[in-house]
Design a protein around this ligand. Sequence first.
Ligand code: SAM
Ligand code: SF4
Ligand code: SF4
Length: 377
Amino acid sequence: MTDKPHKIIPLADIRYASRVPAIPAQLLAPSGLLSDTLGRPLRDLRISVTDRCNFRCNYCMPSEVFTKDYAFLPQSSLLSFEEITRLARIFVAHGVEKIRLTGGEPLLRKHLEVLIEMLAKLQTPGGKPLDITLTTNASLLAKKAQSLKDAGLQRVTVSLDGLDDAVFRRMNDVDFPVADVLKGIEVAQKVGLAPLKINMVVKRGTNDAEIVPMARHFRHSGAVLRFIEYMDVGASNGWRMDEVLPSAQVIERLNAEFPLTAIDPNYTGETAERWRYADGAGEIGVISSVTQAFCGDCNRARLSTEGKLFLCLFASQGHDLRALLRGNYADEQIAAAVGPIWQARTDRYSALRAALPADTNPADGAARRVEMSYIGG
Ligand code: SAM
Ligand code: SF4
Ligand code: SF4
């Protein structure tokens, strides 16, 4: 026996509050027509396939919090591909048409292509294929783009916060070069993962000088660049309102350089407000989760890496579907348990935050919110 000091590792499984959903006595079959207390349907499921990441973006997984001793989920806690596909099938029966794989960094999950193949076989009740996409930091995209495409992935969203190498290395905080992300984007476009979207989180004073260079770079590329307001997700990033650059100012800066025209949303519930370059160089978007809440149309549910269902990005409590999956219940029973959870949904965090004084951080004093790396973006 050694007398090494014991390191106490918190049990990741009990990190966030959750409850095990009740199985209703009467099993109602999914109708695909669920709606919540605000009349919002369920259409979009975001699945986090890992809580780990090889980046430490300061607004998401700050390195002071996510240290080498951080208790990431053990392998046994993760939903298996079979479990994810089983739940996806149940959600599709309830009306989900779009699945986004996310994380953490989803491309770190081994054999992700196998999961994509399994999900690509699902169909909506009307017989349509699902819209399957993935959000990635692109660090492994050049290597994996072809196999992802072959597995049935249709498109990808790449996160990229600037073109200046020093700014980008500082933001990812692991000294990752921008050239490798650009290579990933190039390969993804070459293999036909399209239309490719690029998400840039804008932090005032950190990377807002990159707005115009990013636009200039991706004009005429076919990729849709979207500027995201820095959000107060999780409990780690030390969010402050004065670091948010409102999308209206992003548009103002771009419009001064490249005149823009507003265009209509593609579909109800689209998070991005769309704009087109007047000279025909393509399209951009802004996602204004802080200054222009879009809760009214929010049709998104989130499944954490360990199978907890969250009804809002800012939730502090999940619904433990893994307990049902591993509790020997039939699909009909799990489906009947999921329906009432969505029907009881009241979440509209961003809309409520918008009503608070500008310098308030609504997280202060509130229940600890889930981290974006755990719940998925
Ligand atoms: N690792 C992958 C990536 O970065 O694309 C997927 C997961 S990441 C949590 C998903 C998205 O959330 C990324 O586009 C990221 O920029 C965004 N995100 C993370 N923290 C954010 C924050 N505080 N405010 C706004 N967007 C954030
Ligand atoms: Fe990782 Fe994505 Fe979060 Fe950055 S935003 S730390 S790449 S999960
Ligand atoms: Fe949806 Fe919650 Fe975001 Fe509102 S705050 S748009 S309800 S995820």
